[in-house]
Every structure is written in C-alpha cells, then in structure tokens.
Design a binder for this molecule. Structure first.
Ligand code: EPS
Length: 369
C-alpha cells in the first residue's frame, strides 16, 4: 500500500493536494444505519480551520463537505462513504520561490528525494490541509462511538512553547473553557499570556512547538489487538502520522522512566482504579479507564527568518518563507488529534466485535479513576 490509508475494518483513505481542485476521503467499512448529514461536519471542521483568528494561517477555506456516496435517506448504507471538500482559497504564487529550493525541516526535501517530482504549491500532499479529511472522517467515528458505546473523545492544548496549562489540584479539565478560546486551552486566565506570546512570535517571524492531550472517556475494557495491533501501538502510529508530530505519549509516557512500580501501578478496588498512570491501556488492551494520550508537535518549518538550505542542484541557498503560515501548528491540532484517536478506537471496536463479540462480561467492570 502507498501509505494513504488508515485502519483495517474502518478504513479511511484520503486524497488531494493543498492547491489542487479538492481534497477528499473514502471511508470503507462504516456500519450501516448511522444517521449522517453534511451539517454533522460543520462544527469540527470549523474548530480545525485556518483564518479564524490572527494566530493561525490567514488562508480562508469554506471547508464545506459534499457527501458523494454511502448514504440513503440520511443513513449510512454500509457502502463506501466518499467525502469531498473543494479548495477555494489557494494562493500558489506564494510558492514560486520554492520550486527550486527546499525549506529546512520541511518535507520538501524528502518528497523530492523519494519521488523525483513534487507539487510545491502549498506543500502539495504534505500540507496540513490534508488533515481536514482526517477531521471529517473522525466526525463519523466520534458519532458512532458516542451512539454505540457512549465514548467521548476530547482534547486540549496542554503546552505552547514554554507555557504549560495550569490544572486544578484534582487535575480536572475545564472542557467548557477549552471550547471558549481559539487555543483549546483549559485555563481561561492564561489566554492573554498566550495571545501576547503568539503576537511576539508572529512579529519575529518565528514559530514554536506545542503539546496536545486527548482524553477518550467511556471506552469499555477489551479494545486492542495484541500483539501487533495493540491499542497504544495503533494510537502511536495514527498520532505520529499527523503533520509535525515528533513524539507520542500514552498515559504518563516518558515520565514513567523516573517512576517506581509502586507509584506507576494503578491499583484496583471494586470501587474503581485508584489512579491512571497507564493512560487506560494495559497489555495493549483498553482497561475501562479513560484513554489518555499526548503528542509533541514541532515548530512549523515555514518561517520568515532566513535559513540555510540547498537547491535542486545541491547548491547552497538562503530560504525565507513568506505567505500564509501557522506560527504554531499545535494551535489547530487538537481536533486533528481527537479525530485520529476516534478513528483508531472505532477500528479497534469493530475488530474486537468481530473476534470477541460473543465473550460478554466476565468480571464486573471496575470504574475508571
Ligand atoms: C500549510 C501551509 C499553508 C496553510 C495550510 C497548511 O498553506 P497555504 O500557503 O496554501 O495557505 O494555510 O493550512 C491549510 C490550508 C488548512 O486548511 O489547514 C502547510 O504547509 O502545511
């Protein structure tokens, strides 16, 4: 396979380039009978879209989804669902200078070395524009997971550069606060600090990294296919496939290195788990605790500060990227990360049902912490 498909039983194939006529996806394996309409996509696509605040790329797309197949009278039929979004605000002249040169830290160089041909306009296929279709497919997965299993997948921006989100002593996330600001930030009091940092960054022509955390609540025990289809392995692969992601953590992740077993283990009582260091995954299978994962996004490579690179002839050049870019791609990554988690959970839910659907409850379910 050429790497454009995610999932086994709920398989999503995306296609299209940032400055081509359209982007789209084909979703194969969606169960029949799910109520679906174009209006279902509006909210999540708006959460991901550029051009909605001064802190993101100023490209303004309508991101209107057309459903081309897979529905009859407002319900999925079990046949492939094809979704299309037309590109309406591409400005390809911004990329004229990049025809012959490679932005340092961008996919420009590796795409060229791999294929020997590349669409430089907007980064072509390597553009974050592709993530629009992940979010669209994720809408279907989120809806099915919520209706069939009561699963809720939500994310927030946990860190922007050196600024870390403050959490109350009990660690609870203020999900309403997350949706009330353009950063998906859980602490409203810190938002002015983020605005100031982003304004300074934009003025300097530089970029910065970020950390996004996703929490999936209501996942029952049993999802995940050991050995090579573990829930955490599939999450890591799916999240790592998002543009600019350089790290994935499940639960305490790399902080586990400095922990002792007596601290890390999530003790169990009939009344519930006493902690959730594991991030809801034990042995690659969901435990019934909230599934928690985080991603590290690198600073955007398209920046106005001059940098050294080479051209197609291998000669030294100086690169300055102008145009409409995100100084922090992490700001728009929350809905994308949520979508990838939802796609993995739905795929593994269907795979669990296929093999183990007859097993049923064997031990009373322990509530998550
Ligand atoms: C992107 C570069 C910019 C962003 C784009 C992602 O593209 P352009 O120069 O065409 O405006 O605007 O983001 C989107 C278009 C989007 O919908 O997210 C990149 O290099 O990844």
């Amino acid at each position: 396979m050429a790497g454009n498909t995610s999932g086994t039983l709920f398989a999503v194939t995306t296609f299209g380039e940032s400055h081509g006529p359209a982007i789209g996806c084909v979703i194969d394996g969606c169960p029949p009978g799910l109520a679906l309409g174009e209006q279902d996509f509006v909210a999540d696509l708006a959460r991901r879209a550029s051009g909605r605040t001064r802190h993101t790329s100023q490209r303004r797309e309508t991101d209107a989804v057309e459903i081309l197949s897979g529905l009859y009278e407002g319900r999925t039929t079990g046949t492939p669902i094809a979704l299309l979004i037309r590109n309406t605000d591409a400005r390809s002249r911004d990329y004229d200078d990049l025809l012959d040169t490679f932005r340092p830290a961008h996919a420009d160089y590796t795409y060229w070395q791999k294929y020997g041909i590349r669409d430089p306009r907007g980064g072509g296929r390597s553009s974050a524009r592709e993530t629009t279709m992940r979010v669209a497919a994720g809408v279907i997965a989120k809806k099915w997971l919520a209706e069939r299993h009561g699963v809720r997948v939500r994310g927030y921006l946990a860190q922007l550069g050196a600024i870390t989100a403050q959490r109350p002593a009990d660690g609870a996330i203020d999900w309403e606060a997350v949706e009330r600001n353009a950063f998906f930030w859980p602490d409203a009091a810190q938002v002015p600090e983020l605005e100031t940092a982003m304004d300074a960054l934009r003025k300097a022509g530089d970029s910065v990294g970020a950390r996004v955390t996703v929490v999936a609540e209501g996942v029952p025990p049993g999802w995940g296919e050991p050995i090579y289809g573990k829930l955490d392995a599939e999450l890591a692969a799916a999240l790592m496939s998002i543009n600019a992601v350089k790290g994935v953590e499940i639960g305490d992740g790399f902080a586990s290195v400095a922990q002792h077993g007596s601290e890390h283990r999530d003790e169990m009582t009939p009344a519930g788990f006493l902690s959730n260091h594991a991030g809801g995954v034990l042995g690659g299978i969901s435990s019934g605790q909230p599934v928690i994962c985080s991603i590290a996004l690198k600073p955007t490579s398209s920046i106005r500060m001059p940098g050294r690179s080479v051209n197609r002839q291998g000669e030294p050049v100086e690169v300055v990227t102008t145009g409409r870019h995100d100084p922090c791609v992490g700001i728009r990554a929350t809905p994308i990360a949520e979508a990838m988690v939802a796609l993995v959970l739905m795929d593994l839910a269907l795979r669990h049902r296929a093999q183990c659907g007859d097993v049923g409850p064997v031990t009373p379910r322990i509530p998550g912490s």
